[in-house]
Each structure stands twice: as C-alpha cells, then as structure tokens.
Design a protein around this ligand. Structure first.
Ligand SMILES: [Zn+2]
Length: 215
C-alpha cells in the first residue's frame, strides 16, 4: 500500500548531515530529508505515545539497543507492534519511507549558543547552520507491506502507521524543527482495509493541523 503525504516546516528546518560543498558548521544533509530520518522520528514519536498510554492497544519495547530490544521482545512473547511496523536492527519492518529530495533554497543562519547555567551567550559560541525557511512544502511517500496479514492485523498496522504520521506533528524534527504533515488521498486506504473505524483519523490527517500559523 502506497501513501503520499505533504510536509510543511513550521519553523526553519535543518536536517543535519554531510555536504561536501557547505561552508557552514551544520550543513543541510545533501540527501535532502532522508526517509530513514523521517522513519526514525515517526518511530520515536509513536513509541512515546504507546508507552505513555496516549495510544492504547499497542505494545512497544521502547528500546534502542539491539540486545535490549530482543530481551524485551522475549518478555512480551514476540516482536512488539512498533517493531513489527518499523523493524529493528537486522529485522525488516513493514514500512518503507522514501527520501525527499530538496528543491528549496537553503539559507545560512548564524546562531549563538547559550550557556544553560547563565543564560548568556557562550564565548566563541557563534555557529552557522543551513536552513530551509518556514512554510515550505515537501512531498513524500510511504509504502506499507501488508502481505500475509489477516484483516485484523492489517487494520492494526495501518492504524499504527497513521498514528505515527500524526505523532510527527508534535515531535521535534531535525535540529529542533517543527513540522505539519497531511496525507494526500488518504481515502485510498479504504480500498485495502475496512475504514469505518478510522474515518476520524483519516479526516484529521487529511488537512493541515496548523492551517493559519504560517503565512
Ligand atoms: Zn520492539
């Protein structure tokens, strides 16, 4: 199942990475916005929703270290729902997130590091960062592999994916950025699974959350 989405950055956005040509301290990744970055943020954000009890009915091992993941999975008698969707080291999940190529202009922003203790600028604390200015839109794509699942498991994976996308709206993205995200043609999902219980979620994801906050 393929789903397209749009991302809008609400704040200036930097996804750090390497860039041979950049003359700034923190260049924008030359890969654009890597799918692995988006997937990583989705995973962290939705794990947090599950383990804090905001999202009920799912399991999450909430671990990063491969050994800890395996240990927790043994405890709960199998892979947790989050790992089923996102995979974990050496085990592929069901979700693929495409890279987003960058076609927007990048700006150099100079910032000042502030010392936590004193709240004053650090000496020599100037640094520069490559950013995309707020309010730009990007298009991306996710692919969810539902092969071999019964109807109930399909619905469960799709719902977890939708909540992961929703969770991106409330989580830091890149270097402290905030983004909005919406699904394009989310109703396509209803050709694959029975949508009657996820209508509200699809509606919610079909529009920008922060409609008027960026001009
Ligand atoms: Zn897990």
């Amino acid at each position: 199942m393929e789903l397209r989405f749009k991302i809008k950055n609400l704040s200036s956005l930097t996804v750090g990475g390497t860039s041979a040509s950049a003359t700034v301290d923190t260049p924008f990744s030359s890969l654009g916005i890597p799918g692995s970055t988006i997937k990583g943020v989705m995973r962290t954000a939705v794990s947090n929703m599950v383990s804090s009890g905001i999202l009920k009915g799912y399991t999450s091992c909430n671990e990063i270290e491969p050994e800890m993941i395996i240990m927790k999975h043994k405890k709960i008698g199998g892979d947790c729902d989050v790992c089923k969707l996102f995979g974990y080291p050496e085990v592929e999940g069901r979700l693929f997130v495409g890279n987003i190529r960058l076609t927007k202009e990048k700006f150099k922003l100079t910032r000042v590091s502030i010392e936590d203790k004193t709240g004053k600028a650090k000496e020599g604390g100037l640094f520069s960062q490559e950013v995309i200015k707020p309010g730009e839109e990007f298009e991306g794509e996710v692919i969810l592999d539902l092969a071999g699942l019964d109807e109930e498991s399909k619905l469960k994976q799709v719902k977890l994916l939708l909540y992961s996308i929703l969770a991106l709206r409330f989580w830091r993205f890149g270097r402290g950025g905030m983004i909005d995200i919406k699904l394009e043609e989310g109703e396509k999902i209803c050709k694959v699974i029975d949508c009657k219980n996820i209508g509200d979620l699809l509606n919610e994801l079909g529009r920008w959350l922060y409609e008027n906050s960026v001009s």
